[in-house]
Design a protein around this ligand. Structure first.
Ligand SMILES: *[C@@H]1O[C@H](CO)[C@@H](O)[C@H](O)[C@H]1NC(C)=O
Ligand SMILES: *[C@@H]1O[C@H](CO)[C@@H](O)[C@H](O)[C@H]1NC(C)=O
Ligand SMILES: *[C@@H]1O[C@H](CO)[C@@H](O)[C@H](O)[C@H]1NC(C)=O
Ligand SMILES: *[C@@H]1O[C@H](CO)[C@@H](O)[C@H](O)[C@H]1NC(C)=O
Ligand SMILES: *[C@@H]1O[C@H](CO)[C@@H](O)[C@H](O)[C@H]1NC(C)=O
Ligand SMILES: *[C@@H]1O[C@H](CO)[C@@H](O)[C@H](O)[C@H]1NC(C)=O
Ligand SMILES: *[C@@H]1O[C@H](CO)[C@@H](O)[C@H](O)[C@H]1NC(C)=O
Ligand SMILES: *[C@@H]1O[C@H](CO)[C@@H](O)[C@H](O)[C@H]1NC(C)=O
Length: 491
């Protein structure tokens, strides 16, 4: 064999090996064909995400300055191709597309690029039928589905081969004319990530409005903390149980006479919505925190409306909402035993809602002290009753020996005066602090203390539906005017 032949064979073998290792790829780069990259069409830079795997692209007719080639002056726009990852080419993949909202005549296809290097893959949306007069502003939407096995790429990050150096999600497209002579490229950016969910800022407001009371009640400052602690504990455990994330812990934010506001935030609207079904029950629970041990309106809320609202907003949208309210009026009771005007504000006198406790006059007694004030009157026959004549309490006659008198102190007096307790007719269950006959100046700020044996509980001594509370009437000398109050140990 001649040396030359041997050499040729060796060369041939080498060439065949090269072919096997890397089959000839005439077009190593997207769009893997010979075509003019300067043309009249492009895709606008920003992709619009429509949800459910649907991404939309806007076509723009944009002829480069000075371009007079047919690609710029005549070419139509028949198809768009995207450079995509080979792994997305799974059998049975469902891709759909729309042009201006109408499904394209042919479904998009994912395929190997015939003239590209090994594995080069494209998604092709064709039969668009666009041209220079109707392409501008056309919207092409591609919906990324999966096959029946759930396989496939459903995000642009998964699907697209980004240009060198670009982050995942950036896509390269080529816009082809019918004759495939023109293929101007476009690089399009993925939609910005959705903004983080807006927190659901939420307040629980406990509010009081006067409906018919001349004696408005104000939440004492210390009860704000009590209510807030109970509401927060209750809400927090409800949120935990529902799996709702609280991003701003709830805290007392307003404590005024007629409003206790406890505010915080749920991490998102969705978090707050986990509680929506329970919201009315929660509001009712919060209301019962305020009505407290009686399970109904406490007497000091007579003539008030008590409302508890749960009020949430995310941005400007409402998120968690509920309201519960109760309108408070006086309980009907069989006291006093005479007929007189018991209404609040019948006369200018009122008892403060809570009594205080102090050591008694004797070592064996305790004093329960009731304080009095003046209030505006309602119109009626008693509105100019100005003498604070006596006070009568609803007391337990069986314990008549256990009250050791009243210690009284009109405004202006430095010491208590002791007067004996006198009882009404048998069966009236009425014990009287009398005579007083104070004028307005003496009555406003005055004090009347029951001196009761330490062995006796006020719960037993005072009668009526509010356990631990005492009913009393403030009489004028005519006995026709007798506004009634229930005085408790605390809210
Ligand atoms: C997503 O698909 C579901 C089911 O096909 C449909 O009910 C829902 O309306 C779609 N959402 C959007 C934003 O298109
Ligand atoms: C563009 O296409 C529309 C619809 O197919 C057709 O009516 C119109 O004549 C075409 N315009 C040009 C400039 O080809
Ligand atoms: C909230 O308080 C109410 C009444 O105090 C109670 O019945 C309820 O179980 C509490 N709820 C939670 C979630 O703690
Ligand atoms: C609640 O508010 C009080 C006073 O406004 C503040 O001192 C406290 O740190 C707050 N607590 C939380 C958990 O934010
Ligand atoms: C609840 O109280 C807050 C003040 O802390 C106030 O800004 C808000 O408007 C109140 N919401 C309702 C529903 O009254
Ligand atoms: C109390 O009595 C009055 C008059 O007898 C009646 O109109 C009212 O409904 C009663 N209220 C309640 C709460 O029972
Ligand atoms: C108030 O006092 C006057 C004079 O003492 C009396 O005539 C009148 O009846 C009283 N009552 C009202 C409601 O004005
Ligand atoms: C008040 O009581 C004190 C001590 O019991 C006594 O010294 C004083 O004189 C009394 N003052 C009046 C005005 O009664």
């Amino acid at each position: 064999m001649r040396v030359g032949t041997v050499l040729s064979i060796a060369l041939l073998v080498a060439f065949v090996q090269v072919l096997k290792a890397a089959p000839t790829s005439p077009f190593p780069n997207f769009p893997y064909c010979e075509c003019d990259p300067i043309g009249a069409y492009k895709l606008e830079q920003n992709i619009i995400f429509k949800g459910n795997g649907t991404y939309c692209f806007k076509v723009k007719v944009d002829v480069p300055a000075g371009c007079t080639s047919p690609c710029c002056t005549q070419a139509d726009l028949k198809k768009v191709e995207f450079s995509v990852n080979q792994k997305c080419d799974v059998p049975g993949l469902l891709l759909t597309a729309t042009l201006n909202g109408v499904p394209t005549t042919v479904n998009p296809n994912i395929e190997l690029a015939a003239q590209g290097p090994t594995g080069a893959t494209i998604v092709k949306i064709t039969q668009l039928g666009l041209n220079l007069s109707n392409a501008n502003g056309a919207e092409i939407c591609l919906t990324l589905g999966t096959n029946r096995a759930g396989k496939g790429c459903t995000t642009l990050e998964d699907l697209c081969v980004p240009p060198a150096g670009a982050p995942p999600g950036v896509c390269t497209a080529a816009l082809f004319s019918s004759d495939t002579d023109c293929c101007p490229p476009s690089v399009v950016n993925p939609p910005p990530p959705p903004p983080p969910p807006a927190p659901c800022a939420t307040c629980i407001n406990i509010s009081l409005t006067v409906t018919s009371s001349p004696f408005p009640y104000n939440f004492p400052p210390e009860v704000c903390d009590t209510y807030a602690a109970a509401v927060i504990a209750n809400l927090t455990s409800a949120a935990e149980a529902a799996g709702a994330t609280i991003s701003v812990p709830f805290n007392l934010s307003t404590c005024s006479g007629n409003l206790v506001s406890i505010c915080g935030a749920f991490a998102s609207e969705a978090d707050s919505m986990l509680l929506q079904d329970a919201a009315n029950d929660l509001a009712a629970d919060f209301l019962s925190i305020v009505t407290g041990r009686f399970g109904t309106c406490p007497p000091y809320l007579e003539g008030h409306n008590l409302a508890v609202s749960i009020d949430g907003t995310a941005d400007t949208r409402p998120c968690l909402n509920a309201i519960q309210s109760i309108s408070c009026s006086r309980e009907n009771v069989s006291f006093p035993k005479c007929i007189c005007d018991t209404r609040l504000g019948a006369t200018p006198y009122a008892a403060l809602p809570f009594y205080s406790v102090q050591p008694g006059r004797l070592k064996t007694t305790t004093q329960y002290c009731f304080k009095f004030t003046t209030i505006p009157t309602i119109t009626g026959p008693c509105s100019n009753a100005t003498i604070f004549s006596k006070v009568e309490f609803w007391g337990n006659e069986n314990l008549r020996r256990n009250i050791r008198g009243f210690a009284i102190k009109p405004t202006g007096a430095t010491n208590y005066t002791i007067i004996s307790a006198s009882w009404g007719a048998r069966g009236d269950e009425t014990v009287k602090a009398t005579p007083l006959n104070w004028n307005i100046g003496q009555a406003a700020g005055s004090e009347i203390c029951m001196d009761i044996d330490t062995t006796i509980s006020l719960k037993d001594f005072c009668l009526g539906p509010f356990s631990g509370g005492c009913y009393l009437n403030i009489f004028d000398p005519t006995r026709k005017c007798c506004p009634m109050f229930v005085v408790l140990d605390g809210p």
